[in-house]
Design a protein. Structure first.
Length: 154
């Protein structure tokens, strides 16, 4: 596609600052999906892991809807691909290990200790991929009286 200034925009994604980076998105609700959406907007390839059958909780935040999808989900998850995986299943670790082994960034949004309990916390993820950037997003931080509180059902 050529713009009105004669510039070729056919491969605009290749010109973005994070082009060539892969983000593994284990987030839901608002803060984590917004974080990974920005990474996608900047050109990263974002792969969102969602619960089978239900997906991210924002899929149910409607009305309003845009077609069959919740407007909230669409607003926070553009520029992403999606993969359904039950991260609580015993077989999830080896399945998650494959994309984490080649990803550049892993962003989970669980309460402190939850991912570690499922054997895909920062230590396990770095064992799979030593150069991985692990960016944990929590509702109430990692210390203090509300650290282990749930912001949602998960």
């Amino acid at each position: 596609m050529v713009g009105n200034q004669g510039l070729d925009y056919t491969n605009v994604r290749a010109m973005t600052p994070l082009a060539g980076l892969t983000v593994l998105d284990l987030t839901q609700n608002v803060a984590g999906p917004f974080c990974t959406q920005i990474l996608g907007d900047l050109g990263a390839d974002v792969v969102k892991i969602e619960r089978p059958g239900r997906g991210d909780e924002t899929r149910a935040w409607a009305p309003p809807r845009w077609g069959p999808e919740s407007a909230a989900f669409l607003a926070l998850n553009r520029n992403k691909r999606s993969l359904a995986l039950d991260v609580e299943a015993p077989a999830a670790g080896p399945i998650l290990e494959r994309p984490a082994g080649v990803a550049d960034i892993l962003v989970p949004s669980f309460r402190p200790g939850w991912a570690e309990g499922l054997r895909f916390g920062a230590g396990a993820a770095r064992a799979w991929n030593p150069r991985l950037i692990y960016c944990s997003v929590t509702a109430f931080g990692t210390r203090g009286p509300s650290a282990s509180s749930r912001a949602t059902t998960r």
